[in-house]
Design a protein around this ligand. Structure first.
Ligand code: SAM
Length: 256
């Protein structure tokens, strides 16, 4: 039911005004994470305010008050006109993209206490979202992509469950990568089990199709391998990032 006190015209016109320049938060969990990690959310809608707030009571009491203020109920057909794929939770919101300057400063900060992940020309939007979610979970400083894929593409944001706001996500060229010892992951490298990855490491992973680029290899300080039996060619990109971040955390680096 539409909340008569709030109406639907104002949120819909705000949505249409801001949509092109904003990040789409698709579903309750994306909105919850974005709010938790201090995203600026100018508009949030739901097809069932009571159900969305019940989810907040159950899963996110820390942001319940904020969600109560933000969420406006709109009719199902209006909601369907705003999102490419309706989400089972019937929740959608727009968030302001964090400043690139602030992210670049975070990524390049001297004495970083957690690694930066580099995806060298990733091709799969779902993999990239999964990596951003991993980076957020391990408290990594950020995720940098090289190449043409946009790490803020709506499908990546959906895959990342709104956790783009918990880590610094930017696209850069190889020449622009943040400073720091660069450990590139490749099956031909040195076994990771004998290494301690420093907190300020830049951890680079190759493209799903072609692996590490020549340019990235030229910038590499250490080539590192994940344990894998000989008959297997390679692991999936996101699972490789998961194992590497786990290794970093298990050998001294720790999630906040
Ligand atoms: C799907 S793999 C790339 C496979 C690609 N066909 C190739 O030629 O390398 C994506 C990335 O995951 C990482 N990766 C996968 N398996 C790995 C392993 N056993 N050791 C280290 N890195 C690995 C590497 O960074 C690799 O470039």
């Amino acid at each position: 039911m539409t909340d008569p006190a709030r109406g639907t015209a104002a949120p819909l016109s705000t949505w249409h005004r801001l949509a092109d320049a904003s990040v789409l938060l698709d579903g309750f969990h994306a909105l919850k994470h974005a709010v938790r990690f201090h995203a600026h959310v100018p508009v949030a809608v739901t097809t069932d305010r009571r159900a969305a707030l019940a989810l907040a009571d159950e899963l996110a009491p820390d942001v319940r008050v904020t969600l109560e203020t933000l969420l406006t109920e709109i009719p199902e057909d209006a909601y369907r006109s705003l999102v490419p794929r309706p989400h089972p939770t019937g929740v959608a919101a727009l968030a302001e993209r964090p400043s690139r300057e602030a992210n670049l400063e975070t990524l390049a900060r001297p004495g970083r206490s957690a690694p930066v992940i580099v995806l060298d020309n990733p091709r799969n939007l779902g993999n990239t979202g999964a990596v951003i979610r991993l980076a957020a979970g391990f408290g990594a400083t950020g995720v940098v992509t090289t190449g043409t894929l946009d790490p803020w593409h709506p499908t990546v944001v959906r895959g990342g469950a709104g956790l783009h706001f918990a880590t610094a996500v930017e696209r850069l060229t190889v020449a622009e990568l943040p400073p720091g010892p660069l450990f590139a992951l490749d099956p031909e490298g040195e076994d990771i089990r004998g290494l301690k990855l420093p907190d300020d490491a830049v951890l680079a992973f190759g493209s799903e199709r072609t692996g590490l680029s020549a340019e990235l290899r030229a910038r590499t300080d250490h080539l590192v391998a994940l344990p894998m039996r000989p008959q297997v060619s390679s692991y999936n990109l996101a699972t490789s990032v998961a194992m590497t971040l786990y290794h970093w955390s298990a050998t001294g680096g720790a999630p906040a």
